[in-house]
Design a binder for this molecule. Structure first.
Ligand SMILES: Nc1ncnc2c1ncn2[C@@H]1O[C@H](COP(=O)(O)OP(=O)(O)O)[C@@H](O)[C@H]1O
Ligand SMILES: [Mg+2]
Length: 287
């Protein structure tokens, strides 16, 4: 499978200037904090003028100077030591590095599963590292898909129910029941798409590793995420199953233009991505 790099450069463009329109003051000083029609018109013009620039620099996810340590007793063990990187919309980025280099820690921060000690993370130009935990939960549920090495399927639920879980969380019981037919249709379609439609009613223990990972991918796609995070998605699979999961991810990226951030220690797996960033002892390796 040969894939064209989106960008030949792996150099970071530096920290991303936040979206001007979003940073613009909400109201002009003369309006005493109340937006006037003229303010709205001016702001729309400003947004329109900025649109071409924003499309040119289409950064979807960026982090700057991330630091993270874990504590063991009184000792702080530094894991991430000033990570800055960006991900373009529609890009397939691989984060590589030896075991223990901090890849999973970094992915957990980017996906808001954990918080950095210092630094910042922006998604669609908005800070996401310092928002309340309920907002982070909602962000992950609505906009991020996640795939892990050990699948993290709920063992008591069937493949179909696992795929439906994000919809149940998003809408609550009532919201889910109101749209149940549409959600179930989508879940079945996704299971077909990942090639395990015939396993919809099976529980994880009745599935192979490859099938469980396919169910996990279908679950990650349930609410049409803007960004898919994958941590060693093939790490627990035999070569053939791993390759078919990689083909699926590459196709999702090619056809659906889904942005993917994948962590792996395997150079062949990383080679399927558009661009690779290497972590060495908690820092981005240069060159
Ligand atoms: N929750 C934790 N508590 C303490 N140390 C941790 C924790 N998670 C990871 N570490 C340590 O941080 C380092 C980086 O781990 P990790 O991000 O999982 O690396 P990778 O995914 O690249 O193998 C390792 O030394 C690991 O032992
Ligand atoms: Mg890891």
């Amino acid at each position: 499978m040969s894939r064209q790099p989106l960008q030949s450069t792996s150099a970071s463009p530096g920290w991303i200037t936040p979206r001007r329109a979003a940073d613009a003051p909400l109201a002009s000083p003369r309006s005493n904090g109340v937006l006037t029609l003229a303010d709205h018109a001016a702001r729309s013009r400003q947004e329109l003028e900025l649109t071409p620039v924003l499309e040119e620099v289409s950064i979807q996810l960026a982090c700057r100077e991330l630091f993270k340590s874990y504590r063991k007793g009184n000792i702080g063990i530094p894991v991430l030591q000033g990570i800055s990187l960006f991900v373009e919309r529609g890009e397939f980025l691989a984060i590589v590095g030896q075991s223990g280099s901090g890849k999973s820690t970094l992915m957990h921060l980017l996906a808001t599963l954990d918080q950095p000690d210092a630094g910042e993370i922006r998604f669609d130009h908005h800070r996401i590292d310092n928002i309340p935990s309920a907002a982070r939960d909602m962000l992950r549920n609505r906009h991020f898909g996640m795939v892990f090495q050990f699948y993290h399927l709920l063992p008591e639920m069937t493949a179909l129910e696992n795929v439906l879980a994000p919809a149940m969380i998003a809408g609550g019981v009532l919201g889910y029941l109101r749209n149940r037919a549409a959600y179930r249709r989508r879940a079945y379609e996704l299971l077909e798409m990942v090639g395990i439609g015939h396993r919809a009613k099976h529980k994880p223990r009745e599935l192979s590793g490859g099938e469980m990972q396919r169910a996990a991918v279908a679950r990650a796609l349930m609410l049409k995420p803007k960004l898919l995070f994958a941590d060693e998605p093939t790490g627990n699979l035999d070569r053939a199953s791993g390759e078919s999961i990689m083909r699926m991810l590459a196709e999702l990226n090619d056809r659906e233009k889904l942005t993917i951030v994948m962590v792996t220690h395997d150079p062949w797996i990383a080679g399927q991505a558009d661009r690779t960033v290497k972590l060495v002892e908690g820092r981005i390796a240069q060159g």
